[in-house]
Design a protein around this ligand. Structure first.
Ligand SMILES: [Zn+2]
Length: 441
């Protein structure tokens, strides 16, 4: 099989692919295809899988001449060409109308990217206001923008644009911080459903440390979160799920966080928040609660296997052990950590504690909604960390591909049964097939 640079080695193929994407050559168009029809894709498939022997974090699967079977928008099977007929008989025996797409040797089918941390309302500020560190940046730029989402027409315009843009960058699954306002947050839900992205969407909880006209009362934040969860669930669509979203430990009092922890249990929903992003923030959290940052969330019942915590730069060994015990995962947001001068997160250290890690763009702390940009930043951060540590092995291009795909998916789905893990991972594949095939390959 020919590769992008004309060589025949599988690994030179993958390296060429990464170089192509790292230089930003993903086409921006999205090729829409009917999602109801059964489809078979034949071609080269590149993806990460769990290592059944658990000896390594992931196993790269590079099927040169493989197939993907899609039935009613779900991936039913992935395999090698010689196994196609058996898989077709098993999954498509009752299907009369099957569309077969044969990819060329210059095309590659990969899983959709998973953005495990993105603030949809901050999209208009991408690339702006990086002259201040986190806590000042929130007050000077971010809350001012986020207050605009009382205007539902503005919300609709921005949220449609965010979903289109992230899909064009190959993000088929996103974990969104939506708005403080419930109505605006539901508009993001509608946008995601309209364009067919898989998403976890959270109405933000914030009762303090923000302008007076941009906080809720403790009663409102719980009542509206309950309402939001029920509204999203009433859509009865597996593409979108509500996620409880306390902004960060300084945005709420402990009583409210405990009530949110009770909602998490009652509705069995995921949780997303920030942790240990900036040294001043960590000091203030320690002083407010008299506890290490991770223990604050743990006390509130917010550290679960369905929790994703953005950043985690300054977590102590004891906190990392706690996260590992709870099965909570970390969203590594290297672009944001650089733009806001927050610091450098050591992903290798997180791995050494057995913590699952995915990648986040953290728009607009991060300047780009592209996960490929986050992959590039993750490589740069890891290489920079290696300069100060003897024998440190920085992340390589395969590691960041794992973080952008399976790593992010695992972080979101750890608490669910294995079958669901496969379904969701396949789901991301499915979305590439049905929505943005040409944008990714
Ligand atoms: Zn964030």
């Amino acid at each position: 099989m020919k590769t992008l640079n004309g060589k025949k080695s599988g690994y030179s193929y993958t390296r060429s692919w990464m170089q192509m994407h790292c230089f930003g050559l993903i086409p921006s168009s999205v090729a829409k295809m009917s999602s109801g029809q059964s489809k078979i894709f034949l071609g080269n498939i590149f993806h990460c899988q769990n290592d059944p022997a658990k000896k390594q974090l992931y196993r790269i699967s590079n099927e040169q001449g493989g197939f993907v079977i899609v039935k009613r928008s779900k991936i039913m099977a992935i395999g090698r060409k010689e196994d196609l007929e058996q898989a077709r008989a098993q999954h498509l025996a009752d299907e009369q109308d099957v569309m077969v797409t044969v990819l060329s040797d210059r095309q590659l089918l990969i899983p959709g990217f998973v953005d495990t941390h993105i603030h949809a309302p901050q999209y208009p500020n991408c690339g702006l206001g990086y002259d201040k560190p986190l806590l000042e940046w929130l007050q000077a730029y971010t809350y001012k923008l986020e207050r605009k989402y009382r205007d539902l027409e503005y919300s609709r315009k921005v949220f449609n644009a965010v979903v289109r843009r992230t899909l064009n960058h190959g993000t088929t699954t996103a974990c969104y911080f939506a708005s403080l306002f419930q109505d605006a947050s539901l508009i993001l839900v509608d946008a995601v459903l309209k364009y067919g992205q898989r998403a976890f969407i959270g109405k933000i909880n914030m009762t303090t440390l923000a302008p007076d006209d941009y906080v809720e009362t403790p009663e409102e934040t719980i009542k509206l979160t309950r309402k939001f969860i029920e509204s999203v669930r009433s859509k009865d669509c597996e593409l979108v799920e509500p996620i409880v979203t306390p902004r960060f430990a300084l945005s709420l009092e402990m009583d409210s966080m405990i009530e949110l922890g009770q909602l998490v249990k009652e509705y069995n929903v995921n949780v997303q928040t920030h942790i240990s992003e900036n040294t001043d923030e960590v000091k203030q959290v320690n002083s407010k609660y008299g506890l290490p940052y991770a223990n604050v969330y743990d006390k509130a019942g917010l550290l679960t296997p369905k929790t994703v915590l953005a950043h985690g730069i300054y977590l102590t060994d004891e906190e990392l052990s706690l996260l590992s015990q709870r099965g909570s995962s970390v969203s590594h947001c290297p672009d944001s950590n650089t733009c806001l001068k927050s610091g450098m997160c050591d992903v290798r250290r997180l791995f050494s504690f057995g913590i699952k890690v995915g990648l986040g763009t953290d728009v607009s702390g991060g300047a780009s909604p592209s996960i490929v940009s986050a992959m590039r930043s993750a490589l740069a951060t890891s290489i920079n960390l290696s300069f100060g540590q003897k024998n440190y092995k920085p992340l390589n291009y395969l590691d960041v591909f794992y973080l952008a795909t399976l790593g992010g998916a695992e972080g979101k789905i750890t608490p669910m049964p294995l079958l669901f893990l496969i379904l969701i991972f396949h789901f991301t594949f499915m979305l590439i097939c049905s929505r943005s095939l040409l944008s990714v390959i």
